[in-house]
Design a protein around this ligand. Structure first.
Ligand SMILES: NC(=O)C1=CN([C@@H]2O[C@H](COP(=O)(O)OP(=O)(O)OC[C@H]3O[C@@H](n4cnc5c(N)ncnc54)[C@H](O)[C@@H]3O)[C@@H](O)[C@H]2O)C=CC1
Ligand SMILES: O=C(O)C(=O)Cc1ccc(O)cc1
Length: 360
């Protein structure tokens, strides 16, 4: 029988999920306090407006802001006595605590968190493939039934996510380090740009863009996320502060004293960064792949990049990643094509043969 999923909160995450589930044969009904948000989600083919859908849902996914998520979960458990209820809030322990204290039937509640998102909010930013190949944390608690856990896993797997199961406190500690502190770091670095003269900001290259991409995220959402995970975020941030203090000490010594030991400190911090970076998983949560980059000059003309990608495909080589370096006002850019090491030489030779300028 077709599974009926009710999505409550049709912003970025709810609408993306609705589109992906609808494409995979689920029956989806949509609800949101904002009638405009529901209708936009419906128009984007995320499902039908809930008022127009008869019958109780099998699964309710609460995709509302973190500070109201727990209350919406409790309402859903009370309203639909046979439904499994999950939420996708970025913090899990604070939601679980409210649900357990509410007296509602928590055996049908299983928390969850897709590790996929964008720096934009709202249904208009939704993407059908948002969850594809990304981790989706399923967060059961002591009273969750196996049947409820299976239902939530089914939702995550059917949109292409890789399921990871862990308890709420472990989830919150993990995301403090891999998501919440990185968001703060991006915001703090970007905030330092506010007072810079135009002539300085104009020198920005890809490094600054990479480090600050998520500084464009929604401050209202992130204030709630950080507040909801305060102890774990604070602990990671203290660790960051200790390392910043070490670096400042080394730089003080270089600037004002004999600099003894300072280069060692700087080098250790940078090498530790290499080691941490190498642990970030590659595509589909797989172990980080050691790809190599082939750099190719691309003229700034219509169709150039498409022609390059066609030539890579025709050479029978799998493109693992693509990055375009493109300075403002330049007539050419550089495409950095990541491939497995064994493909580097064949690709270089083939592209050079076809007349592309391939860099060392
Ligand atoms: N934005 C991201 O990158 C990610 C967000 N999340 C989590 O997903 C949830 C939704 O986030 P987004 O989709 O980004 O937010 P959003 O701002 O795009 O959408 C939130 C929606 O919830 C609705 N809403 C507000 N109060 C509500 C209530 N009381 N009941 C039902 N709906 C209500 C709003 O009208 C809005 O349409 C949050 O809990 C967030 O922590 C999880 C993974 C990634
Ligand atoms: O933009 C990215 O790289 C993200 O990882 C987005 C994201 C934002 C919030 C979450 O709770 C989970 C994922």
């Amino acid at each position: 029988m077709t599974t009926h999923v009710r999505i409550v909160g049709t912003g970025l995450i709810g609408t993306s999920l609705g589109i992906a589930l609808s494409q995979n044969g689920f029956r989806v009904s949509l609800d949101d306090p904002s009638p405009t948000a529901v209708r936009l989600a419906r128009d984007l083919r995320a499902g039908e407006v809930a008022d127009e859908q008869p019958g109780a849902p099998d699964v309710v996914v609460v995709a509302a802001p973190p500070d109201v998520a727990a209350g919406v979960v409790v309402d859903a458990l009370n309203r639909w006595p046979d439904a499994v209820v999950t939420d996708v809030a970025s913090v899990k322990e604070s939601v679980l605590r409210v649900v357990l204290d509410s007296g509602a039937d928590a055996s049908r509640y299983v928390g969850s968190h897709p590790m996929a998102g964008r720096e934009r909010s709202g249904a208009a930013a939704a993407r059908a493939d948002l969850f594809d190949g990304r981790a989706w944390v399923v967060v059961p608690h002591e009273a969750s039934t196996d049947a409820a856990v299976r239902r939530v896993r089914e939702v995550a797997l059917s949109v292409g996510s890789a399921v990871r199961v862990m308890p709420a406190h472990e989830h919150d500690e993990a995301v403090a380090a891999v998501s919440h502190v990185p968001q703060l770091a991006a915001s703090i670095v970007a905030a330092c740009l506010r007072e810079l003269p135009e002539s300085a900001v104009g020198l920005a290259g890809q490094g600054l863009r990479d480090v600050t991409r998520i500084a464009a995220s929604d401050p209202r959402l992130w204030t709630q996320i950080l507040a909801g995970n305060a102890p774990a975020v604070r602990d990671v941030l203290r660790h960051v502060r200790d390392q910043v203090d070490d670096v400042v000490g080394a730089l003080d010594s270089l600037a004002d004293a004999d600099g003894e030991g300072a280069l060692g400190t700087l080098s250790r911090v940078l090498e530790a960064g290499n080691l941490g970076h190498a642990r970030i998983p590659g595509k589909h949560g797989a172990a980080p792949a050691a790809y190599e980059v082939v750099s190719v000059v691309v003229p700034d003309e219509p169709g150039s990049l498409a022609r390059l990608l066609t030539d890579v495909g025709a050479a029978g080589i799998n493109l693992e990643d693509l990055h375009l370096e493109h300075g403002l006002g330049q007539a050419v850019g550089v495409a950095e094509i990541s491939v497995v090491p064994s493909s580097v030489e064949p690709l270089r030779a083939e592209l050079a043969r076809l007349g592309w300028r391939v860099h060392d």
